[in-house]
Design a protein around this ligand. Structure first.
Ligand SMILES: [Mg+2]
Length: 364
């Protein structure tokens, strides 16, 4: 294949609620959508590290600049066999995985369309039925949190994830556990603790948590290995894993027992598959985490979640979960906590245009 044109589309979709994490409050979903053109076919990719560089050093502005100035010129007009060759073409560009993933995911979409193979089969998935969990941001009061959990359980979600931060941790988990003793429960700390908190974090062991996600620094795998040897709750690494090499080292050090694979953070679907393979050989289960993508990105999470070693419920957001309106049709809607990866979600161009705040067109 050869790419004739790449549109870098910045979308901004208002959220139907404020999403609060230890990074701060988010009220609008910003994404970079890549629309690629090849020999009459059109395909879409997406990645979204948040508007500001609070999850990683990447943000919407850096993504636009990286794709326009470096990634697009490396690939436009050149013969390209697929994602593996693409990753080699952009390998000299250091980091910027979300920017790279935007084009990489579009290449998978293009191949899926031109070969008429559903994405989940193309990535090597084994089961299109994907169970999904729900991630609940930090709530103003314990009662707000409990009633949110109850309503998501009523909807059928398979796993509840609660965000914790210093001052809102043990007590929060105690409150949730006493009300819901048997649910599949996990916590995400988004790097808000240090090794000085070992005692506090080992206090979580009594609550039978599925995992604690990223308790320590976002660039660490060494302290996490220390922590994992001192607590029973399985540690899941999220922010620390940017590459297949990071996964291999974390596995080697015993820094985690679970890996959250965010395709944007690791540079796309092919690297997600490679990380999945590394983890599988070490008996470390994976799951697909999210950055509140539009339906375009949710499709990629859905596809990788069908891989054999994605054994934990995924954070795949339904269309009405956070966005006032999604840009795919049909809308993504779960049935009792399950999604069918075999559904053919198409981009609704009118809606995409409605939420486009900026577009850069790149040609060879
Ligand atoms: Mg996380």
């Amino acid at each position: 294949m050869k790419l004739d044109r790449i549109d870098i589309i910045h979308t901004a979709i208002p959220l139907n609620q404020t999403f609060r994490t230890s990074f701060g409050a988010i009220t609008e979903q910003h994404s970079i959508i890549a629309k690629i053109y090849s020999d009459g076919a059109v395909a879409y990719g997406e990645a979204c590290p948040f508007y500001a560089p609070v999850y990683s050093y990447e943000c919407i502005s850096t993504m636009k600049a990286m794709i326009a100035e470096f990634i697009a010129p490396s690939v436009l007009g050149r013969e390209l066999s697929g994602p593996a060759e693409y990753l080699k073409m952009v390998d000299s560009i250091k980091g910027h995985n979300h920017a790279k993933a935007t084009i990489e995911t579009a290449l998978w979409d293009l191949e899926s369309k031109t070969r008429e193979i559903p994405l989940w089969k193309l990535v090597g998935g084994t089961n299109p039925r994907v169970d999904i969990g729900v991630s609940i941001g930090i709530q103003p009061t314990a009662d707000d949190l409990l009633s949110k959990i109850q309503s998501y359980l009523d909807e059928g979600y398979r796993r509840i994830k609660v965000k914790i931060e210093p001052g809102k941790d043990l007590e929060t988990v105690e409150t949730v556990r006493s009300r819901f003793p048997d649910i599949t429960l996990m916590v995400d700390a988004n790097s808000s603790y240090t090794l000085d908190d070992v005692e506090l974090l080992s206090g979580l062991d009594q609550y039978n948590l599925l995992m604690i996600e990223q308790p320590l620094s976002e660039d660490d795998i060494v302290d996490h290995s220390q922590l994992q040897s001192r607590i029973k709750t399985p540690i899941c690494l999220d922010e620390s894993i940017h590459s297949v090499e990071d996964a291999r080292k974390a596995v080697h050090l015993g820094s985690c027992r679970i890996v959250n694979v965010k395709y944007g953070r690791v540079g796309g679907i092919l690297n997600s598959i490679r990380i999945h393979d590394v983890c599988r050989s070490a008996d470390i289960g994976c799951w697909a985490g999210g950055m509140i993508e539009t339906g375009i990105g949710q499709r990629f999470k859905l596809a990788i979640s069908t891989l054999e070693n994605f054994v934990y419920a995924a954070d795949i957001e339904t269309s009405d979960r956070f966005l006032v309106e999604d840009i795919v049709t049909p809308s993504i809607a779960h049935a009792n906590g399950f999604l069918d990866a075999d559904t053919d979600y198409q981009v609704d161009e009118a809606k995409l245009n409605r939420y486009t705040s900026d577009i850069v067109i790149c040609r060879p």
